[in-house]
Design a protein around this ligand. Structure first.
Ligand code: BG6
Length: 476
């Protein structure tokens, strides 16, 4: 086979909180994304205690997809997209998170959205939780620390599986579930809604939160299958590739540890059990975790159908001279420079071969179909006087990555469902809260300060990707 299979899901990806806006429309509650103020390139976002006056919260209005989805979907159809990955904002369905009954206006919004996509021949690919849990669950329960949140999530998942049965076939439970592992840079917050108290043992909290989310994920998988046996339900993991800095065995071992630590969530979701090293480590550290025997059965019976992942960049690890023998369980995000790779303006390495590496590595580890649900580069774009956006850097990035995914399928036999590059339309950056960190093939006229007409413009990359899809990747 020299080509991608027919039916390959070419598409684009976004998340509800990063593009919808309408943060109080249709009865929506406040989500954890709504209390994140704008940051900047290298400036972390401030997480405030509720929505405070005088702060700039870019997710509140985002790109107003809530009101403009119909026009945007027409553009996606013109692009030729077969799939659109977005998420359901949990706080539209359960504004507080712990109600008994869902919010009908929120459910109806996603009916309209999914119907519109389907009418345009675009399959919705849906993440249940993408950095947007109801903020009330943070205040009243401490986020995912509390086991009761498992039940709230299961209730939410059940409602949406029932409501959208027959409309949605590809689901994912938690977006980038593993990016909370480092506990830094807002990652822990966006996944778990947890703020660490001063003096608290971060590992104790991380492993309890992670366990609760994994049980919730496994229960959702089982319920989703029971409601519609044709549902394909995946996990979603950030593919943090760690190369060894040198051929010194210590560096190779350090890189191995970083990979093990990065993938324990998806190990549980895909294989149905905790990796041996982690259970040993948790015991050695004397952590007191509420992991019940029935939970382990749930995890075993709730394994995912496919592995969805994001891939942006690779990293490099170097062992310290006094590297400890104990497991570096939370991963070590300390990167050393890779002299072989260029970087984006935001300092992310550009490593297309790393994508082929990821596809091979995940196939060997999990033996499941894969789905690249995020990939792309954040860049500053300039609009010419004629209203054109020439973005050869973005085309070069995407082309090089698509070349590698095609090799993975045609030469390495990887079972790949589709490819949905991130931020197909410009949206709010999760990490920095910026608009000017642009991933889109469709430009949105809005800047970091929140000014702009919100007008949509097709970039050069739009026309390029349109041709890629039309030729099923034969012409890049
Ligand atoms: C992933 C997230 O981490 O990367 C997205 O799933 C995010 O929500 C994307 O937007 C790119 O990161 P950033 O910080 O550039 O928006």
């Amino acid at each position: 086979m020299t080509q991608l299979p027919e039916g390959f899901l070419w598409g684009g990806a976004v998340a509800a909180n990063q593009l919808e806006g309408g943060w109080q429309e249709g009865g929506k509650g406040v989500s954890i994304a709504d209390v994140m103020a704008a940051g900047g390139n290298g400036v972390p976002r401030e997480i405030t205690a509720g929505v405070l006056p005088g702060k700039n919260y870019p997710n509140h209005s985002a790109i107003d997809f809530y009101h403009r989805y119909d026009d945007d979907i027409a553009l996606f159809a013109e692009l030729g997209m077969k799939a659109f990955r977005t998420s359901i904002a949990w706080s539209r369905i359960f504004p507080l998170g712990d109600e008994d009954e869902p919010n009908e206006a929120g459910l109806a919004f996603y009916d309209r959205l999914f119907d519109d996509l389907i009418a345009h021949g675009i399959e919705p690919v849906i993440t249940l939780s993408h950095f947007e849990m109801p903020y009330h669950l943070v205040e009243a329960y401490g986020g995912w620390r509390d086991r009761r949140v498992i039940d709230f999530f299961v209730r939410y998942a059940t409602i949406v599986f029932q409501r959208y049965a027959g409309k949605v076939h590809h689901w994912m439970t938690f977006n980038e579930i593993n990016n909370q592992n480092g506990l830094g840079e807002g990652g822990f917050w966006t996944d778990s809604g947890v703020r660490l108290a001063p003096g608290e043992n971060p590992e104790q909290v991380l492993y309890q939160v992670g366990h609760n989310e994994l049980v919730a994920s496994a229960k959702a998988v089982q319920i989703g299958h029971a409601i519609d046996p044709t549902n394909q339900i995946g996990c979603m993991v950030s593919y943090g590739l760690a190369y060894a800095a040198t051929s010194a065995p210590k560096d190779a071992f350090k890189a191995l540890r970083a990979m093990q630590a990065n993938f324990w969530f998806s190990d549980v979701q895909s294989l149905g059990r905790y990796p041996a090293w982690l259970r040993r480590y948790q015991k050695q550290q004397g952590l007191e975790l509420d992991i019940r025997p029935e939970d382990l059965v749930t995890l075993e019976n709730g394994t995912v159908d496919y592995v969805g992942f994001s891939y942006y960049a690779s990293g490099v690890r170097k062992a310290a001279p006094d590297e400890p023998d104990t497991f570096m369980a939370r991963g070590d995000d300390t990167n050393v420079e890779n002299p072989y790779l260029d970087k984006t303006d935001w300092g992310w390495s550009i490593d297309p071969l790393g994508l082929r590496y990821a596809l091979n590595w995940l196939t060997d580890r999990y033996h499941k179909p894969l789905f690249i649900v995020e990939n792309g580069m954040g860049a500053l774009d300039t609009v010419t006087a004629a209203g054109e956006i020439h973005d050869p850097y973005r085309i070069a990035y995407l082309r090089a990555h698509i070349e590698e995914l095609i090799k993975a399928v045609t030469l390495d036999g990887v079972d790949l469902i589709g490819y949905t590059p991130w931020g197909i339309i410009d949206l709010v950056s999760a990490g920095s809260g910026q608009m000017d960190k642009r991933y889109g093939l469709i430009y949105v006229d809005k800047n970091d300060a929140g000014d702009g007409t919100l007008k949509r413009l097709k970039k050069d990359s739009f026309y390029w990707y349109q041709h890629v899809i039309a030729t099923n990747g034969a012409e890049l």
